[in-house]
Write a protein that binds this ligand. Structure first.
Ligand code: APR
Length: 166
């Protein structure tokens, strides 16, 4: 199993599954969710609506539609940051673990994650990077894992966490 940190637009990732940082309606929104829905097309929201609501920490899979050759979009809902004492770390950990479990069930060989919850939901980048790296290291069920940063601060945070011994 390999874990890589990359800087870029997740909608250009050539992987089997792309994870989106969704909201409970699964209808799309701003940020990375908006970019993925724009790239996948309106069928993504139609498919998501049939599976909604998705609770924070849970994950559901749909086809990737216009994002082909990507096979699946895995929708997961991160925690809204409320200061760090309201179980946010646990919910964010579950986002990564439940997405990986779902990917393994779907026989996915490669998966790309955005920095879930660190944008509109306000989760601090460094703490989220630590949660993300610990979570994906704890469940080696997908061969290739790409942690996609959209900005330099996130890339640096993820790279630093990945440099820490497991
Ligand atoms: N590729 C990769 N990462 C991206 C992209 C992109 N094209 N666009 C944004 N990001 C990054 C952001 O810079 C941030 O680091 O994704 C991370 C997550 O930020 P958000 O997309 O704001 O997600 P989140 O904080 O989980 O908030 C989710 O926002 O878009 C709505 O419907 C979504 O209500 C939900 C909420």
């Amino acid at each position: 199993m390999g874990i890589e940190v990359v800087l870029g637009d997740i909608t250009t990732e050539q992987v089997d599954a792309i994870v989106t940082a969704a909201n409970e309606s699964l209808l799309g929104g701003g940020g990375v969710d908006g970019a993925i829905h724009r790239a996948a097309g309106p069928r993504l929201a139609e498919a998501g609506a049939k599976l909604a609501p998705c609770e924070p920490g849970q994950a559901v899979a749909t086809p990737a539609f216009g994002l082909s050759p990507v096979k699946y979009v895995i929708h997961t809902v991160g925690p809204v940051w409320e200061g760090g004492e309201h179980g946010e770390d646990e919910v964010l950990t579950n986002c990564y673990l439940n997405s990986l479990r779902l990917a393994a069930d779907l026989d996915v060989g490669s998966i790309a994650f955005p920095a879930i919850a660190t944008g509109i939901y306000g989760f601090p980048a460094q703490r989220a990077a630590r949660v993300a790296v610990r979570a994906v290291r704890s469940l080696p069920v997908v061969d290739r894992i790409r942690l996609v940063a959209f900005d330099e601060e996130t890339r640096h945070a993820l790279t630093a966490e990945l440099a820490e011994p497991a």
